[in-house]
Design a protein around this ligand. Structure first.
Ligand SMILES: *[C@@H]1O[C@H](CO)[C@@H](O)[C@H](O)[C@H]1NC(C)=O
Ligand SMILES: *[C@@H]1O[C@H](CO)[C@@H](O)[C@H](O)[C@H]1NC(C)=O
Length: 311
């Protein structure tokens, strides 16, 4: 399971989060309830390939090369991985490749490996910083993100961008899809914006993340929501990771939450995480005591994250 330091840091943040909420948000007054719309069975089932990519990102690169990583790879026949990286420890695994089925280039990032303390420490690094203006040109003043996430993203950003450009040219593709779970979800959220700012405007950019912690501040979220039109954060039941770092620390989520309330039952939550809808995560998991670490790993409609399916 998660290392003690990871769990403790989440517990600490979430307790502070709940304390901060009470004073920061006048619930029930002045807030417009946001809509939560039930997903159809078909809409929910359509997430499965993305969930499989997120799971595959946990598998060792030696299994990703050649696309023989067990259940996740078997579920996505024809995918062509061309670049793998990371060590699963100081640097999360990732892979890039072409998905002929959807004619899109895919990048997937590994999440926090519960056994890897060093990776966990990335999650507890709470300081915020401006985005690197070389990598993220023309970002407004005031935009700040979690320093640990930004540092981790920066390690692989240029290498992945170069590979994407190559694959788009080789395959005449105009679509890029960024996928990740947990810490990998945070990296993919940053990468979604990174690609938007660095690829031609004609590129179709899609982000799908799972169990994603908050990545940046309000200015980041405002800019992200302006720039990105196709982003979904899937949260599972009582997963507590999506409520950290706390909003009282100045962190927020962008739009795009899909909350799996129970197996086969999910809602799309409009707006950001503003605590006004009882079916969305911020209300379901108001603090650590209502949260679950087990729910973080899934199952996301029958698909659990981690290395157990990497054979
Ligand atoms: C910003 O990114 C560029 C390109 O990767 C890098 O050379 C530079 O060192 C980065 N700057 C900082 C302050 O990290
Ligand atoms: C995309 O469009 C914006 C304004 O619509 C422009 O400022 C920017 O330079 C364009 N980026 C690219 C890569 O063409």
């Amino acid at each position: 399971m998660f290392s003690p330091s990871f769990v403790l840091s989440i517990a600490f943040s979430a307790l502070l989060n709940s304390a901060g909420l009470a004073s920061a948000v006048p619930t029930g007054f002045g807030l417009r309830p946001r809509d939560a719309t039930a997903l159809t069975a078909d809409q929910l089932a359509a997430f499965a390939p993305f969930t499989q990519f997120a799971r595959a990102a946990y598998c060792d690169p030696s299994k990703i090369q050649g696309w023989k990583c067990g259940q996740a790879c078997d579920a996505l026949p024809g995918f062509q991985p061309t670049l793998t990286g990371g060590d699963g420890n100081a640097e999360q695994f990732f892979f890039v490749g072409f998905w002929p089925d959807q004619k899109t280039v895919v990048v997937a990032h590994q999440g926090t490996n519960p056994d890897e303390l060093e990776s966990d420490l990335t999650d507890i690094d709470i300081p915020k910083e401006a985005l690197n203006s070389t990598l993220f040109p023309n970002v407004p003043d005031g935009v700040e993100v979690h320093s640990g996430f930004a540092d981790e993203h920066q390690k692989t950003a240029s290498q992945i961008l170069d590979e994407i450009k190559k694959l788009m040219t080789q395959n005449s593709a105009t679509s890029v899809t960024l996928i990740g779970h947990s810490l990998g979800g945070a990296l993919s959220e940053l990468e979604t914006l990174f690609m938007k700012l660095n690829l031609p405007n004609s590129t179709t950019i899609k982000g799908v993340t799972y169990g994603t912690p908050r990545v940046g501040n309000k200015d980041f979220v405002t800019f992200f929501d302006q720039q990105i039109s196709d982003f979904t954060r899937v949260n599972n039941e009582h997963d507590l990771v999506p409520i950290v770092p706390g909003r009282f620390l100045g962190f927020e989520h962008p739009k795009g939450e899909v909350h799996i309330v129970s197996p086969g039952n999910a809602v799309a939550c409009s707006g950001d995480d503003d605590a006004t809808d009882s079916q969305c995560t911020i209300k379901t998991v108001p603090n650590i005591l209502d949260g679950s670490v087990a729910n973080h790993l899934g199952p996301y409609e029958g698909i659990s994250m981690g290395t157990s399916a990497c054979v």
